[in-house]
Design a protein around this ligand. Sequence first.
Ligand SMILES: [Fe+2]
Length: 458
Amino acid sequence: MRPTDTLVRLGVTDVATATIVFVAAAASSLAVFVALAVDAHPEWGVIGMLAVCALVAERQETVLTSRLAMSAAGPIGVLAAVVLGPVGGWIVGFSSMVTTARAPLAKWFVQSNLFAASCALGGFAAASIGPLEARGSVRVLCLQALAAAICIFGANLLSLAFIFVLRRIHPLMATMRVAAATGAGGYMFAIPVVAVLAYAYHVAGLPALTFTLLPLFGVRAVLQLYKEKTELLQRQSEGDIAFALGLIRALDERDSYTAGHSAAVAVYAHDIARAAGYGDDETSAVQLAALLHDIGKIGVSAGLLTKADPLSPDEWAEIRRHPVIGERIAGEAATHLDIRGTIRHHHERPDGTGYPDGLAGEELPESAAIVGLADAYNAMTSPRAYRPAMTPEEAMAELERGRGTQFLPGLVDVFLVLLRLGDADYRHGFGSRFSPAGQRDAILGELAVRRQLVASAS
Ligand SMILES: [Fe+2]
């Protein structure tokens, strides 16, 4: 068997994974080496007991998403770091992962070694606060628990980010937020519990640590509650997006120009938001709002939307109701209320001459300005019954002319760069990405990715 076959079987299939495995092995070995150098007399009885507790805790993990699971092994790692120092921290941390070993072994190797190294780091941090003799002091124990918790939690987050960046896994920020929010709660809960258990150990010795597993059930209950809450929100969110996509399908049946135009606006608005520095959630909200920005046209007489002759003032007034109608329709989506304002204000202008509220300058929500900019560009480059399409270059010159009056200047700059960097199809709004079906797939694909938020992938 060639060495490469063995590596592939272990899960080391690319350079990024090989680098991650190497870094995990190096960090873990360094932690063990330094820990043994500073702590030559490990307390094996206590180590064994906490190792068993950590192993039980890890087996009681709560699965939050398909790739994100939390357990109380972290808080037990903090306890081991405080009570035992770096050697015990490493052994207890590694022991917690023993029964989770399964193919591909590279992933398990990285998770177990990085966690063990982080627990050893927590041990160094705790030992730096105060020596063994000081453990009769509750104040010192609290500080040690705090230092160990910060180190283990921080090291876990850093290793997660390192793995994500190296393996180019998305969405990075959303996953880090979930991991930080769930982890922070568990570790904050751990600090006073660890201080109490460590004090009990100081007073009563090994038997006091038999209570270690009790707080685990508390952690588990908190995680379970979090899981139920996020699952409920996720189901509501998916239901609302299905509702929105159904509306687009209905609009497509009635007015295929508006549906196609909405999909193109969603592409441009998504890209502008991303280039303007919006995060994953904000970009998705802008994309969804852009897809639905003209949904209110369902409430406008069909003949008006395709009329080739000039519109009367009354007809214009009816068409101008569509942002308000759209806001009301989007309001039916319980978890996406944030897109209502974007839909209502997508025809406002920085100079205050837009509608329906005549907002000006700072009053104009930036998300609405993004959708308005994308809307104007795609409308100009699309042929209508009453005028031919402008070329992309003519439309881009119009965007320049409207800078500061019709459009926010910063957004115009961002969009012009995107258009210049894009190819001719991008500037014309051609291709499957610009179709209603393409946008449906993009949004559903994004949802699928979010359902698989990765925590400890390697
Ligand atoms: Fe509109």
